[in-house]
Design a protein around this ligand. Structure first.
Ligand code: C2E
Ligand code: CA
Ligand code: CA
Length: 427
């Protein structure tokens, strides 16, 4: 795991009556209630005064994120309670990496907030009534705040998932469109959540990208995919071209991987050949910041690692990008394939993209092939490779090894997938 990965979230479990913090303590942490109830109280003239009772989803102690001031109230668990701790460093990181305009705005707002708060802190009357503490400690959530809390909870779970090894890679075979031979695999991440079961990357990759977590998660994906690629190549034997592996990377990750040859070092350490790895980046990621991403891609390309443009056709990139970024592989998005057989416009688009890619000496992979008809169209068009449920869904490494070792014909043999399961149960 990367050294840059530092823990920013923590969970605390408390018994009824246990205190979370005391009035007058110094604090740098706010808390989000995941489970249970918390009482906020203050001491006034030796008497305890309950200011509020908070439940699941509520945030308290957030003033500590703004200033290193003393706690103005005491927080106590009323029942068995679980909290997510939000350290000030986490917010600092998020604010520092925010868009510059947002950054400025936050600083101005925080400054004003602190200013008004000072007045209030001095107003003993407010302290006596508890109004300030109550309003300072409790937030009534609006839509944006609720979304932020969901993100916090997800990031915290992702961090735990990383530490507790809950991620798994599945591999989807990529076939030659005419010979049906498996030429490579795409590594696709899944999250085996302890209570929610299997979670699709569509539901967590964005949250990982919005936080630093995409870096350690991405490193793990690369290391795992390289190590599994060696096993697959071993089963495949030396006949024909060596198998390759495609790995998805996010825009933030690509810049990190290009720095100090991190990606090629990782590949080297695994024992895999740089040329056997393809890095998939979506067309949209390229459009967002072509200069920065472009520089990172050329760096990676210069190490002999292949580049693939993913989901091609969904963004509005200019065709000259393909050339400019020296892409080796173009993956045609599933949306064109879906109606390849029924819509002549889609067919013409796929044909045009394929011939353009060939002119540029790129390999073309069509994604999301679910029917024989779609495959036949692709053969007629001359598209090199196909990937989709018609051949196989993404499968665990054990199944991928069986496919390779037994040279299973995933297209013509109706029983190929069943035979995987019979091999597995007889093994
Ligand atoms: P993608 O890169 O476009 O991956 C292809 C997606 O299409 C996969 O979904 C795959 O299971 C699905 N698929 C393949 N063949 C068919 C088919 O014939 N029909 C249909 N309907 N779907 C098919 P999955 O695994 O849910 O991944 C979703 C997306 O999450 C991926 O889209 C990719 O953008 C992202 N992702 C997956 N793994 C990683 C990862 O390790 N890192 C990053 N940054 N992103 C990842
Ligand atoms: Ca992909
Ligand atoms: Ca894709």
């Amino acid at each position: 795991m990367t050294e840059e990965f530092s823990k920013t979230y923590d969970r605390r479990t408390l018994k009824p009556g246990e205190s979370i913090f005391l009035q007058g303590d110094l604090g740098d942490t706010a808390y989000l209630i995941e489970h249970g109830k918390v009482e906020i109280s203050s001491q006034y003239l030796g008497q305890k005064k309950t200011l509020s009772t908070l439940g699941v989803g509520e945030l308290f102690g957030e003033m500590a994120l703004i200033d290193n001031q003393k706690r103005s109230a005491t927080a106590t668990a009323l029942e068995d309670t679980r909290l997510i701790s939000l350290n000030r460093n986490l917010f600092k990181k998020k604010i520092d990496s925010a868009d510059p305009v947002l950054h400025l705005l936050l600083r101005v707002i925080l400054k004003r907030f602190r200013h008004t708060l000072k007045d209030k802190v001095d107003a003993t009357k407010l302290m006596q009534t508890g109004e300030f503490v109550a309003s300072g400690q409790t937030i009534v959530f609006d839509q944006a705040q609720s979304e932020a809390l969901v993100q916090i909870q997800l990031e915290s779970d992702l961090q735990a998932a990383m530490l507790e090894k809950q991620f798994v890679l599945h591999y989807q075979p990529i076939l030659n469109t005419t010979t049906y031979k498996i030429e490579g695999f795409e590594a696709l991440i899944r999250w085996n959540h302890p209570t929610n079961g299997w979670i699709s990357p569509a539901d967590f990759i964005e949250a990982a990208e919005n936080s630093d977590l995409i870096i350690p998660i991405g490193d793990w994906v690369i290391e795992q995919a390289c190590s599994d690629l060696l096993k697959l190549q071993d089963k495949h034997g030396s006949e024909g071209a060596p198998l390759w592996m495609s790995v998805n990377v996010s825009p933030r990750q690509i810049q990190y991987l290009a720095r100090d040859n991190r990606l090629s070092q990782m590949i080297k350490k695994s024992g895999a050949k740089p040329g056997a790895l393809k890095i998939e980046i979506t067309e949209n990621a390229l459009i967002e910041s072509p200069e920065v991403i472009g520089a990172a891609l050329s760096e990676i390309k210069s190490q002999g690692i292949a580049l693939a443009i993913d989901d091609f056709g969904t963004g509005y990139s200019s065709l000259s990008y393909l050339h400019r970024f020296s892409m080796d592989v173009l993956k045609i998005d599933r949306s064109f394939i879906d109606d390849l057989t029924s819509n002549s416009m889609s067919r013409r688009i796929v044909r045009a993209i394929t011939s353009l890619a060939k002119e540029l000496e790129m390999t073309v992979i069509a994604e999301g092939i679910e029917t024989r008809q779609a495959l036949e169209e692709l053969q007629a068009i001359g598209c090199d490779n196909m990937q989709g449920y018609l051949a196989s869904r993404p499968v665990p490494i054990g199944d991928a090894l069986i496919m390779v070792e037994n040279k299973l014909d995933l297209i013509t043999s109706q029983t190929a997938i069943e035979s995987i399961h019979s091999y597995r149960t007889s093994a």
